[in-house]
Design a protein around this ligand. Sequence first.
Ligand code: MEV
Length: 434
Amino acid sequence: MIKGFSKLTKEEKRQWICQQYLSDPSQAEVFTSYDLRDENLQKLHDDFIENTIGNYILPFAVAPNFLIDGHYYTVPMVLEESSVVAAVSKAAKFWSEQGGFLCQVRSMEKVGHIHLFFEGDKHELFQFFSTIEPLLYEQTQGITENMRKRGGGISSIILKDMTDSLEHYYQVFVTFLTGDAMGANFINSCLEKMSQTIEQEAITHLSHGALEVLMSILSNYTPQCLVRAEVSAPVSRMSFNDIEGKVFATDFTRAIAVANADVYRAVTHNKGVMNGIDAVVIATGNDFRAVEAAVHAYAAKEGRYKSLTQAYIKEDIFHFSIEIPLAIGTVGGLTKLHPMVKTALQILENPSAETLMKVIACVGLAQNFAAVSSLVTYGIQKGHMKMHLANILNQLGATPAQKQEIIAYFKDKTVSHSEVVQAFNKVAGVVPHE
Ligand code: MEV
């Protein structure tokens, strides 16, 4: 137990961590080795969160050749897993040669709730709500003014009777349009202001103590903020990984059917979709936890967890699509603050939130196409192991010449950690270190 940790300087925090947890004090260098030279930039990163003791660096990559609604995009991706960027880039190129991705944003509505409990006559509550509803709009005008200028704001406020699910439970269900912003702060500020109004008005309109506002918060489930992306091509052109088009397309649709039939497979299948989605969401400074939560809830919207992507063959045309909720933003939050996020958005040509939703959905679809294509043909280990081999060789400190020789050796062999070490030891014996 340590008291006042948050009050220590960064250096003192590091020292405490070293003393407590790192056996070798020289390990403290791991923190300094990742410190930024530019002090202002370092301070900016330090201040994003609390108790910062260092930087944690992930690779920033790009996947080019995404042809989306007739426009080519180069997509920034931040993640640690090897093969993901290579695989999605290959899929993007393949689909750009078939006419590219087509997208549609169904709507961009976000929701928030005031969760309240009322122990009294339902009709009295509904009467009270219709009396104060105009006040809820009126008293939030100061907060919504800027958003309204940008075409957003509060779209509707509804009182819902939830007492079938939970005794005395009602919900003020509020829908919002937040333009290019993710809008979490805006939504929560509106909700908290509305809660105050409800509580104040209840004093004069309802019996004492009958109504209790429990909490007010946006919902990360955003099925009204929905994007769809699709690709299609004649089955004859679906030859992939040296497999004939019809066989490949049939096996591919079967793999999607399996993910719809079995939750074990569905989770892994959707994890592959999220490999791509999360990487773009992180690169563009969006909240990947919120996106993950919404997407997985949506995958279970029919009462059973299913595939996020669908595929079928009709009249010799292969169709493949994804539909997902994506509450993301391209203004506010980290977008101007984090230099890499700003750069990611510039690479995407400073998209609107609607365009970014489309790009992210296409990346998810392409990522899933890449994974399932490998799975139903030569398996995923071939691609993974190539990167794995490179990582092991880096860990072993292999020289460029040693790497070249060992990579050539494993060209037609299965990669395992111990065999790479063996090969390295052998090669290191004959090729001297530089
Ligand atoms: C690995 O990160 C993702 C895959 O397992 C996805 C899938 O199985 O579809 C390859």
